[in-house]
Ligand binder design. Structure first.
Ligand SMILES: *[C@@H]1O[C@H](CO)[C@@H](O)[C@H](O)[C@H]1NC(C)=O
Ligand SMILES: *[C@@H]1O[C@H](CO)[C@@H](O)[C@H](O)[C@H]1NC(C)=O
Length: 298
């Protein structure tokens, strides 16, 4: 036992020694997240995500505004298995191909400035279902969680923005595979991916599908009407504490088959051939961070 622990410590120290200044390409796994702070000190810092959230201080009427490119009906979805998640980049049709697809802006609360959507990606559990979300809302984890990653429009891209305080804004939507959609739930749109995830089995594989993006725009519009906002971090290394989090209070219902497909089709980065599942970071201590609920009725 003692030998084993010494070995762990030595292995961890060797890892630190091997980590140079350029750590963005350093491999990591969810199974070893207790080691993240050794290589990426911010992962052990005070402003980390995800965290437990419950309804807090209420602010009525202030919420971010969303704007969308016009040709969303002729959109495309570029999907990638990054080895840690399924990442989607969206593209509007026709001449608007290079215009910002979704823009989020607000003045003062719950964030300040204009942000552009860069990508969205997912965190999920395993084929036995349950507990795949990162944030815990009202005392429970959801089946999965979607993160819409926006970067401050004054930056060239997401990586440049991730070096600045509040450079990123992430809208999180919790996903539930159980139950029927009620008046308060959102409905996750198909996006042309269901039944096709086997094409993304290998790490680094890509798939482009044509999809009508208007249902996704409708979901985003409803999601931002009621959010819990707090200051946190990336939930993957290097855990940069630069994210304004907006967690939608309404979950979205997804088909159970899509969740099953997600947790059994993709393989993960790392040694051996491991399924990509349970790709969620553990809950982090909230400390004294304020969580504000923003609600609007328009
Ligand atoms: C699924 O994940 C849960 C929670 O992490 C774990 O307890 C369970 O053993 C896993 N099941 C399978 C089949 O991997
Ligand atoms: C992001 O922008 C920075 C600064 O302009 C640039 O150096 C870098 O290459 C860009 N990265 C990507 C992935 O485009």
């Amino acid at each position: 036992m003692l030998m084993l622990c010494c070995w762990c410590l030595l292995a961890a120290m060797a890892c630190i020694a091997a980590a140079g200044p350029a750590m963005e390409g350093v491999p990591w796994t969810y199974a070893e997240q207790q080691l993240w702070p050794l290589r990426w000190p911010a992962c052990g810092g005070p402003r980390q995500s995800p965290t437990r959230l419950d309804a807090q201080l209420l602010q009525l009427g202030s919420r971010p505004q969303l704007s969308f490119a016009q040709r969303l009906h002729a959109g495309r979805v570029h999907a990638t298995n990054t080895g840690h998640t399924l990442q989607l980049r969206l593209e509007a049709g026709g001449a608007e191909r290079t215009a910002p697809l979704v823009t989020l802006s607000a003045e003062g609360a719950p964030l300040s400035g204009t942000y552009r959507l860069e990508q969205l990606h997912f965190h999920w559990g395993n084929a036995s279902g349950g507990a795949g979300s990162e944030h815990q809302l009202g005392g429970r984890l959801a089946d999965a969680e979607a993160h819409f990653v926006f970067f401050g429009s004054q930056f060239a891209n997401g990586s440049a923005a991730a070096r600045q305080s509040d450079g990123l804004a992430v809208l999180a939507v919790l996903l539930e595979g159980r139950g029927a959609a009620g008046p308060d739930t959102l409905r996750w749109p198909p996006l042309g991916l269901q039944g096709r995830l086997a094409a993304l089995a290998a790490v680094g594989s890509r798939l482009t599908v044509a999809a009508d993006l208007r249902p996704l725009a409708a979901l985003l519009r409803r999601a931002v009407r009621s959010v819990l906002a707090y200051g946190g971090s990336l939930t993957t290394p290097p855990c940069s504490p630069v994210v304004r989090w907006l967690v939608a209070l309404r979950p979205a219902v997804v088909p159970r088959e899509l969740l099953r497909e997600l947790s059994s089709s993709l393989y993960a980065a790392g040694p051996g051939r491991q399924l990509l599942h349970n790709n969620r970071r553990w809950l982090q201590v909230r400390h004294h961070r304020l969580v504000v609920q923003h609600v609007s009725f328009d």
